[in-house]
Design a protein around this ligand. Structure first.
Ligand code: TPP
Ligand code: MG
Length: 223
């Protein structure tokens, strides 16, 4: 049996944010919540079509991580719960909303809808309907950054990719394959597991055990 590893301790006291930085984060979180609330209203009024997955309660994850990236050059890769990641990445709320209504003015020209927000301009590699589908895409973005720098000698290539996915996605083969590649090749990528304990098809006691197991599983790649 795999021995449990302890997580590294972070010194939160030394992590200071200024009032201005705090306001940027707060504004981003409020924007995310307001867009999602309006989205829920429109969906339940039958104005939006297809599936809509909301992000209420998880906004701080998106704001805290995406706002720490550069606005140009770094990459964000999302899941089907992607509206707020798009907003944090800088996609204007108007374009996110237009996409939800299937309009040409949406960030994916109205062809993607809720689960497929995309913006090359903002480094948003996409939302993905299939669970874990974004993990290899983000890993590829990190690989090209390193390849261009080390194999092609381009010193300006220093992009970092952030890959968001849910706890359920860590049961998918792509998760294991990509984390192995990233660890072996030391790729510039941050994998963010949004462990919201929402993992359809598992009963709650199994979910509890699964969450503990997920923590143990991730520490393997941190060693
Ligand atoms: C490859 C694949 N298998 C199954 C599904 C059906 N499905 C939709 S949501 C979901 C659970 C995903 O849970 P998690 O990754 O934790 O994301 P959360 O909804 O909690 O954000 C599943 C299995 C899917 N979309 N893609
Ligand atoms: Mg989940």
């Amino acid at each position: 049996m795999c021995a449990e590893r302890t997580l590294p301790k972070f010194d939160t006291a030394s992590a200071k944010i200024t009032k201005e930085e705090g306001l940027i984060l707060y504004e981003d979180m409020v924007l995310g919540r307001e867009v999602e609330d309006k989205c829920a209203e429109m969906y339940y009024r039958g104005k939006m079509f297809g599936f809509v997955h909301l992000y209420n309660g998880q906004e701080a994850v998106s704001s805290g991580i995406v706002k720490a990236l550069r606005t140009k050059g770094d990459y964000v890769c999302s899941t089907y719960r992607d509206h707020v990641h798009a907003l944090s990445a800088g996609v204007p709320a108007k374009e996110v909303m237009a996409e939800l209504f299937g309009k040409e003015t949406g960030c994916s020209k109205g062809r993607g809808g809720s689960m497929h927000m995309f913006s090359a301009e903002h480094g948003l590699l996409g939302g993905y309907a299939f669970v874990a589908e974004g993990i290899p895409v983000a890993t590829g973005a990190a690989f090209q950054s390193k390849y261009r720098r080390e194999a092609m000698g381009d010193d300006s290539s220093d992009s970092v990719a952030v890959c968001f996915f849910g706890d359920g996605a860590s049961n998918n083969g792509q998760f294991f394959e990509c984390l192995n590649m990233a660890a072996l090749w030391k790729l510039p990528i941050i994998y963010v597991v949004e462990n919201n304990a929402q993992l359809p098809n598992l009963k709650s006691i199994k979910k509890l055990v699964y969450s503990t197991w997920l923590g143990m599983r991730l520490t393997v790649w941190m060693c």
